[in-house]
Design a protein around this ligand. Structure first.
Ligand SMILES: CC(C)(COP(=O)(O)OP(=O)(O)OC[C@H]1O[C@@H](n2cnc3c(N)ncnc32)[C@H](O)[C@@H]1O)[C@@H](O)C(=O)NCCC(=O)NCCS
Ligand SMILES: Nc1ncnc2c1ncn2[C@@H]1O[C@H](COP(=O)(O)OP(=O)(O)OP(=O)(O)O)[C@@H](O)[C@H]1O
Length: 192
């Protein structure tokens, strides 16, 4: 079973991934794979340095905030970064799944529908939170309102993701509420 998980920025994707993992699922988070590539992949770092120089490095490591400032307001720059990273991210999760194709896999992909990857999965799940709730949670994590808005503008509207997904999880309330729905969904998938 292969499930693709998506949702808007800060809607709770990573939290849902953690709940599936606790339930014994194998999980992959695209955002975490990207962070790993930026932190450790020499070729990716060489490409970033060739494009933006030392301005996107801090003490030898990629400065993600500096990269974000360059790409989220510049469509061409974002396209370039996506072309560099997306094939590597996709190869990462496809290779992992190939090694245990019969296992239950949950793959978190923020741009699941934007990049038309949904056909690669048996089921899709969207986790959704209202914009004001997202803002409070993301500001608490150090993002500014402008940074959140810029990322959101680069994504399909959340309502459309919700309509396209096979299952919806509402993360408008407490963590307990989120956990109850996710547990119920995991049971439903297991017995389907
Ligand atoms: C620009 C980068 C360095 C900023 O890193 P940062 O740690 O601040 O953000 P993080 O990676 O945790 O992403 C946070 C959220 O931003 C949104 N986001 C990230 N990349 C994109 C994108 N290409 N388009 C739209 N939204 C995006 C997602 O909702 C994501 O969950 C990083 O997001 C990046 O390299 N993005 C390009 C690769 C990509 O498309 N990743 C997302 C799916 S594979
Ligand atoms: N129901 C909730 N109640 C309180 N805090 C929550 C709840 N759900 C998520 N959070 C917190 O909100 C923040 C965003 O959640 P999470 O990281 O799971 O979202 P995400 O969709 O993966 O975010 P991103 O788009 O940045 O990758 C985190 O700090 C998380 O701990």
């Amino acid at each position: 079973m292969k499930v693709g998980l998506t949702g808007g920025i800060g809607c709770g994707k990573s939290t849902v991934v953690g709940l599936f993992r606790e339930a014994g699922w194998r999980t992959i988070e695209s955002d975490a794979v990207v962070r790993e590539l930026l932190a450790t992949d020499a070729e990716v770092q060489t490409q970033l340095r060739a494009r933006w120089g030392d301005a996107v490095f801090s003490e030898g490591a990629v400065d993600r905030r500096a990269v974000a400032a360059r790409v989220f307001g510049d469509e061409e720059a974002l396209k370039w970064l996506e072309a560099l990273l997306h094939p590597l991210v996709r190869a990462h999760w496809q290779t992992a799944i190939e090694q245990a194709p019969e296992a239950c896999w949950l793959v978190e992909i923020p741009l699941l529908f934007e990049k038309r990857l949904e056909t690669l999965f048996d089921l899709t799940v969207c986790v959704a939170s209202p914009p004001d709730v997202v803002k409070d949670r993301m500001v608490a994590r150090g993002y500014t309102g402008a940074e959140i808005a810029q990322r959101r503008e680069r994504q399909m509207p959340l309502e459309e993701k919700m309509q396209r997904a096979d299952h919806l999880i509402s993360n408008a309330g407490s963590l307990e509420f989120l956990k109850r729905q996710t547990t119920r969904l995991i049971e439903q998938i297991a017995t389907a």
